[in-house]
Design a protein around this ligand. Structure first.
Ligand code: GTP
Length: 562
């Protein structure tokens, strides 16, 4: 394909505005997939995406399309809409020259529409606004057109109005891609320069790297070098994604495709890496800014014998999602594990679900926290803490002050002491609001160290640092959960939550006399021995706090999310 006949573009939008549905129609119109009524979000391949109805992973597809007597190669990258996955969007944009900015004809511009527009704008990409869902009863495409003109300074005539669901006017989107997005600026005669913009791990074939070729070409059998590790590999397979892998033996500058080169371990395939020919070293591409985790949680195998399996599952999944940070950690109660950093709560849930579904792992995920720094002064904790937005949303009463950008639409970007810079789009009815946020850095806050005691003895595993205002409710919940999960013993157990010497919550487990032999009326001695042995084994899994035996299960119930 001559470079001038190639277009590389992404579909970006706020969550649920119809990116994946539009991608389905584009795949059908170009004959990439068969036109049936069953095509629903075909590029959302992961089980978690299908179950939740959201895209969490950008997907690439090469489409062939004839227009004006010419064949074009259109490389489409479908991206996620939720704020937690915007890292996926910014990476995808590095392989593109233009975007389709999809906006719901009823909801209009939302926070992620604005955030994603600016990602594309900063990358100097051509933006084609597409107003979707014009078939909806409450659709008001003219109002949305005006919003687009006002907020993004794009003339309303440039908006394409479609229904991705019904297929109305979708063909003109393809025409606009060809007419308004420039072909990639590349040099085919220069030596190979390929950007790894995504990668996945295949159990049998190893690492599959998604690449965008900026210069030169790559063929099966070529010796290539990773600029990151300086390791040399032989290319086993190259090809395009239609949307499944199709080997083509060669890829040329301007194309987007995949490459398999015997990379076996996760550390060998860094996203953002530059690949070049062994005989022609080149200056590496700038790569990507690394993602900054906002939410941290402990992850432990349910059974320690599963540690190594879980370790390898986490390594493989982080290759597919490099925005997750992993550090080894251990807990007295839960054993060896990791502290993982995520971009948000949804991101954390999706990662956990993918581990379970794609790697058959069962894990304990502890209650998530945001990063904090604590400075210890005398007996009291002086704290510096960073909050995430949902924790403070309810206390922020100033959000209604904003700039009116269109009828019933307000655009806010303000600094507030706890939240940092917030961008919010709020409709005047307040029925609809969406938020995006930037990092606010660390702010001083009133935190306290809270201990949990069993009959006066501190359970170190359960000591936490909490906000002063939340201490009571958190303490109460932990005491209640412990009460529910501690087996009754021969004596009464007092469960207390305390800050220093002050008790803030208390529950009691009543005494209970347990005799494993009670049900064996005389007789069978071997059965008695078996029961005693089983009780002894059960006890091994207990931890003693003072004279109280706490089963591991109780810790799991208390430390687990929910
Ligand atoms: P994320 O990937 O999660 O950000 O969502 P998305 O932007 O890819 O949206 P998706 O294509 O999954 O569509 C969201 C919902 O809107 C689905 O229920 C679609 O069936 C529906 N939808 C998409 N396009 C149209 C349309 O043109 N008209 C109507 N009525 N519904 C649509």
């Amino acid at each position: 394909f001559p470079v001038e006949d190639i277009r590389n573009f992404s579909i970006i939008a706020h969550v649920d505005h119809g990116k994946s549905t539009l991608a389905d129609r584009l795949l059908e119109l170009t004959g990439t997939i068969e036109k049936t009524t069953n095509n629903k979000q075909v590029l959302d391949k992961l089980q978690v995406e299908r179950e939740r109805g959201i895209t969490v992973k950008a997907q690439t597809a090469s489409l062939f399309y004839s227009f004006g007597g010419k064949q074009y190669l259109l490389n489409l990258i479908d991206t996620p809409g939720h704020v937690d996955f915007s890292y996926e969007v910014s990476r995808s944009l590095s392989a593109c020259q233009g975007v389709l900015l999809v906006v719901d004809a009823n909801e209009g511009i939302q926070a992620q529409t604005v955030a994603n527009f600016f990602l594309a704008f900063e990358a100097q990409l051509s933006v084609i606004p597409v107003i979707n869902k014009i078939d909806l009863k409450n659709a008001d495409p003219e109002r949305v057109e005006k919003q687009i003109e006002k907020v993004f300074d794009i003339p309303s005539e440039e908006c394409i109005k479609i229904s991705a669901k019904l297929g109305t006017n979708v063909e003109s989107v393809l025409h606009a891609v060809i007419e308004r997005i420039p072909p990639p600026k590349v040099h085919r005669n220069n030596p190979l320069k390929a950007l790894v913009f995504d990668s996945t791990f295949d159990q049998y074939r190893g690492v599959i790297a998604n690449v965008a070729l900026f210069d030169g070409m790559v063929s099966k059998g070529d010796k290539i070098v990773s600029a990151h590790t300086l390791k040399t590999y032989e290319v086993n397979e190259v090809g395009i994604l239609v949307p499944n892998e199709q080997s083509t033996h060669k890829l040329y500058a301007g194309q987007v495709g995949y490459l398999i080169a015997g990379m076996k371990t996760v550390t060998e395939a860094q996203i953002g890496d530059t690949l070049y020919l062994h005989k022609h070293p080149v200056e590496p591409l700038p790569g990507f800014k690394s993602a900054k985790p906002m939410v941290f949680a402990g992850m432990y195998p349910i059974d320690q014998s599963e540690y190594n399996n879980l370790k390898s599952a986490i390594e493989k999944l982080t290759l597919n999602d490099s925005s997750v940070t992993v550090h080894r950690d251990s807990s007295l109660a839960l054993g060896a594990g990791w502290r993982l950093g995520f971009l948000g709560l949804l991101h954390m849930e999706v990662f956990n679900q993918r581990l379970e579904q794609e790697y058959n792992a069962s894990v304990i995920l502890t209650t998530p926290t945001v990063p904090y720094k604590a400075v210890l002064a005398s007996a009291k904790l002086i704290k510096v803490v960073k909050y995430l937005i949902p924790l403070c949303m309810s206390t922020n009463r100033e959000l209604h002050k904003g700039v009116k950008v269109a009828e019933k639409l307000y655009f806010l970007k303000k600094m507030c002491n706890l939240l940092g810079s917030i961008m919010a789009i709020i409709s005047s009815s307040f029925l609809l609001a969406s938020f995006d946020y930037e990092d606010a850095g660390y702010q001083t806050a009133e935190l306290v160290k809270m201990d949990i005691l069993l009959n006066g003895n501190i359970v170190e595993e359960l000591t936490t640092v909490v906000h002063k205002d939340k201490a009571y409710s958190v303490g109460k919940t932990i005491c209640e959960r412990l009460k529910d999960s501690l087996p009754r013993q021969l004596f009464e157990i007092a469960i207390q939550a305390s800050i220093g010497s002050k008790v803030i919550a208390r529950e009691t487990v009543k005494a209970y006399r347990k005799n494993v032999l009670a049900k064996c009326y005389g007789g069978d001695i071997t059965r008695k021995m078996k029961l005693l042995k089983r009780q002894a084994e059960g006890k091994k899994k207990l931890r003693k706090i003072g004279n109280i035996e706490v089963p591991k299960d109780a810790f799991i119930k208390v430390l687990k999310t929910q």
